[in-house]
Design a protein around this ligand. Structure first.
Ligand SMILES: Nc1ncnc2c1ncn2[C@@H]1O[C@H](COP(=O)(O)OP(=O)(O)O)[C@@H](O)[C@H]1O
Ligand SMILES: [Mg+2]
Length: 316
């Protein structure tokens, strides 16, 4: 078996594995190994606090990846296997095996610019990510760190579609029921995420500014709005990191200068207007509204935005 490190941070290391996928009847897989070694005393050596954090993160990944409403969803990264693998020192390393994304993360896919991405592809990717996040919210889960690094790009199995986007990295999820329970007991749940891609209300979350459990999904929807800008512009702009209401004005400019056809500007302007509201009360809480705005007249299998983009390519 040949393994190459392809990503990861302090809690996990991600390896591209050319062997495991074959055994599981998948073309290829990646192994996401927890940076922790379990021995006879549960966690062997090291910093017990840090190790516990890694195991908590792993548990959150498993809650989302095995959720009945998510594990088969087309726009959610698929868990193939969970196992303890043995390290060279005989300790156990908890490992998730997930299907490998052909084009890697959406961040790398956009920034590397190695592939021609058409207007239809951009609309498809926005639609896919919204559908995945909507399913996560319907499952009573807040993703907690929506950004291009946590979205994976696959080859689409559908003939009229080039790419398929799936949401991944469930290490920061918050279960809404748990957050409500915590709130009842006088506690507070923090939305950690990533500073640059987080919603404005995450900046100060202490005391009276704590984010209410029922408002947490709106942090995800703001970050989704920024993913739209990243996809439509094809690159990340530091100006979008400003936590003020100018971001929405910039967003409208991004839509208008994107390569989407003018006919779909209204839909995309409407959608970024729902997602990137500075005030979480005014922001979209239910992503079905966004999916409906992108597919007027219930044309669910033939997104108007996509249809226009396709028409522009001379592709009926
Ligand atoms: N299934 C996958 N296929 C291809 N690349 C992946 C896959 N999973 C993760 N990666 C790569 O590894 C990086 C880190 O993975 P992620 O699950 O986000 O872990 P972390 O918790 O370290 O952020 C991703 O941004 C991506 O570049
Ligand atoms: Mg990540």
């Amino acid at each position: 078996m040949r393994t190459t490190k392809i990503g990861g941070g302090s809690q996990f290391t991600v390896y591209d594995d050319t062997g495991v996928g074959r055994y599981l009847n998948f073309p290829s897989a990646v192994m996401k190994c927890a940076n922790v070694e379990l021995g006879d005393e549960l966690v062997a050596g090291g910093d017990a606090n840090r190790d516990q954090k890694v195991l908590d993160t792993l548990q959150r990944e498993l809650v989302a990846l095995t959720h009945p409403g998510l594990r088969q969803h087309a726009n959610i990264s698929r868990l193939l296997l969970y196992d303890l693998i043995t390290s060279s020192s005989g300790k156990s390393i908890p490992t998730l095996v997930v299907e490998r994304a052909t084009f890697g993360s959406l961040y790398d896919f956009l920034e590397r610019g190695e592939h021609t991405i058409t207007a239809k592809d951009r609309a498809d990717i926005c639609n896919d990510v919204t559908a995945g996040l909507s399913a996560i919210h319907k499952a009573g889960i807040v993703h907690g760190d929506v950004k291009a690094d946590n979205i994976l790009i696959f080859e689409s199995p559908e003939p009229d579609k080039q790419f398929l986007a799936k949401i991944s990295d469930f290490g920061s999820i918050i279960t809404v029921d748990d957050a409500k329970e915590m709130e009842k007991r006088g506690g507070q749940v923090r939305y950690n995420g990533t500073k640059s891609t987080n919603a404005p209300e995450t900046v100060n979350q202490s005391g009276r500014d704590a984010i209410k459990a029922e408002m947490l999904v709106r942090c995800d929807t703001y970050s989704l709005g920024l993913v739209y800008l990243h996809v439509l512009a094809g690159r990340w702009e530091r100006d979008w990191e400003g936590k003020d209401d100018r971001v929405l004005e910039l967003a409208i400019d991004v839509v208008k200068s994107s390569d989407l056809l003018q006919e779909v500007y209204p839909q995309f302007c409407e959608v970024v207007g729902m997602l990137l509201q500075y005030d979480p009360i005014k922001r979209c809480a239910d992503l079905t509204t966004v999916l409906e705005a992108l597919t007027p007249n219930q044309m669910s299998d033939n997104n108007v935005a996509i249809r226009y983009a396709r028409g522009r390519l001379g592709n009926p």
